[in-house]
Write a protein that binds this ligand. Structure first.
Ligand SMILES: Cc1cc2nc3c(=O)[nH]c(=O)nc-3n(C[C@H](O)[C@H](O)[C@H](O)COP(=O)(O)OP(=O)(O)OC[C@H]3O[C@@H](n4cnc5c(N)ncnc54)[C@H](O)[C@@H]3O)c2cc1C
Length: 433
């Protein structure tokens, strides 16, 4: 071989090397995406909660631009050089993937062929087919914090124009998530007589995000405050900001008050809540889509140590905790607390087995029981909750367990039946825009 041959070899190697690295990386990404998708299929995690992308394989040319565009991480992956929704249940409908696709291959839709999503009919002014009953935020189908804030503000402008006064209030706002928060400030700005009722506390779904979750949002206009320029922040900072706004403006919220029924009454409505009955000119439903946690209905459930979802396992370190329920949420909550040092966890479920939960979670429970880190009571029913203990019927025998905290994961009551009951027209979408 002469020098020229060597040069050809070197040039060849220089060309082949980056190509090989590219092919190697693409193949690893392909494998990773495929295995993530399979894991989710095996666990039954295939149905997106609401708005999500559908990728047309005929239009997708495999640029992969949609993959890093998603603010929530590995929701979309590349399989066989085509984009695929690999983590459907984690998709929250940012829509950034559709905007990033250079070939228009992504459409955002509600529901799937198998699972319909109920979307109420809402006019451009956010009023439903029931005059005076308005909907803002995720309940109307459009998720995301910025949209909820904008809709809450705009809905309140429509309510102001309606000028219907109730005996007690001009408007009752239900929910204090981003939509209800913004609407409340709007009601103050327009000098309306308002009452905002919230079954939980300030922040809605944001309050339930895991500790430290990165929140991606876009600038939005809050009434009385002006343009808020958050783009990327944390759950804690966002909640702290809203709390400061609440204090500065003097916005009034009735926390721990649950709306139970709404009855149209002449020109206005009679709203019954867990604390009273009020007559109002208009109602704004800003209740999101996650519903109301199902209660056990036992004495002592009103104690402040009883909660309906786990926010941070760390807060239970060194305590006696009772988790109630048999689904994945209950099993995951029980495991994450039991894995903390010096914690005593009891898991109570009314059935004899965890047939509704994922295999992986059942194995985790078995392991913790074997290691004596978790006390399992099957089948059992909580009878009474006291400040320092809980009485549980375990197989017909009453047992008393020391207790500092109770987490009830017994599912939720979704809002759609209620909407239908009060006469709001709802359309079930099966994969339609
Ligand atoms: C895991 C996860 C991560 C997300 N990350 C982001 C993100 O990074 N960026 C982003 O923009 N969006 C994100 N979202 C979406 C965002 O949280 C929601 O779109 C937004 O909170 C909707 O606001 P909302 O006010 O319409 O409803 P919600 O925030 O759901 O608030 C509804 C409120 O109504 C209350 N309520 C319900 N029923 C009643 C009743 N009967 N009586 C009294 N009160 C009631 C509830 O307790 C709740 O506080 C995420 C969602 C999830 C689940």
């Amino acid at each position: 071989m002469n020098t020229q041959h060597y040069l050809y070899l070197i040039y060849g190697a220089l060309l082949v090397l980056p190509l090989s690295i590219y092919i190697f990386r693409a193949s690893r990404r392909n494998q990773k995406a495929r295995s993530k998708l399979q894991q989710n299929i095996d666990s039954g995690l295939t149905e997106p909660a609401s708005l999500h992308p559908v990728i047309d394989p005929n239009l997708c040319l495999g640029s992969g631009a949609c993959v890093p565009a998603c603010p929530e991480g590995d929701i979309i992956g590349m399989i066989n050089r085509k984009a695929a929704l690999i983590n459907p249940t984690k998709c929250i409908g940012h829509g950034a993937c559709a905007r990033a696709c250079p070939h228009g291959a992504i459409t955002l839709v509600f529901g799937t062929e198998k699972r319909g999503v109920d979307i109420p009919h809402v006019k451009p002014n956010f009023e439903t087919n029931v005059p005076g009953l308005f909907i803002a935020g995720e309940l109307g189908g459009m998720g995301l914090i910025r949209n909820a804030i904008e809709q809450g503000r705009q809905a309140m402008e429509s309510i102001r124009k309606r000028k219907v006064k109730g005996k007690d209030y001009d408007v009752i706002i239900v929910g204090a998530g981003p939509a209800g928060f913004s609407a409340t400030l709007g009601a103050m700005q327009h000098k309306l007589r308002y009452r905002t009722v919230e079954q939980d506390s300030l922040g809605g779904t944001v309050y339930q995000f895991p500790r430290g979750k990165l929140v991606m949002t876009q600038p939005a206009t809050l009434p009385l405050v002006g343009k808020v320029k958050f783009r990327e922040t944390t759950k804690e900072k966002l909640l702290e900001y809203w709390t400061q706004v609440k204090q500065k403006t003097g916005a009034d919220f009735s926390f721990g008050e649950r709306m139970e029924t709404i009855i149209a009454n002449g020109k206005g409505f009679r709203v019954k809540t867990s604390k009273g009955t009020y007559h109002t000119g208009s109602v704004l439903l800003a209740i999101g889509r996650r519903g109301t946690p199902r209660k056990l209905g036992v004495p002592g459930e009103e104690l402040p140590k009883v909660v309906y979802r786990l926010i941070d396992p760390e807060q239970y370190r060194g305590q006696h905790v009772l988790v109630v329920g048999g689904g994945d949420a209950a099993l995951e909550a029980a495991c994450s607390i039991a894995e903390k040092e010096s914690t005593t966890v009891t898991l109570s479920y009314r059935s004899g087995s965890f047939s509704r939960a994922k295999e992986k979670n059942r194995q985790r429970i078995d392991q913790l029981v074997t290691e004596k880190k978790l006390h399992l009571l099957l089948p059992s029913n909580v009878k009474r909750i006291y400040a320092d203990k809980v009485d549980i019927d375990h197989n017909g025998k009453l047992v008393s367990v020391p207790n500092d905290g109770v987490i009830i994961c017994a599912g939720g009551i979704l809002p759609t039946p209620f909407l239908k009951e009060i006469g709001i027209e709802v359309e079930t979408k099966f994969g339609q825009a």
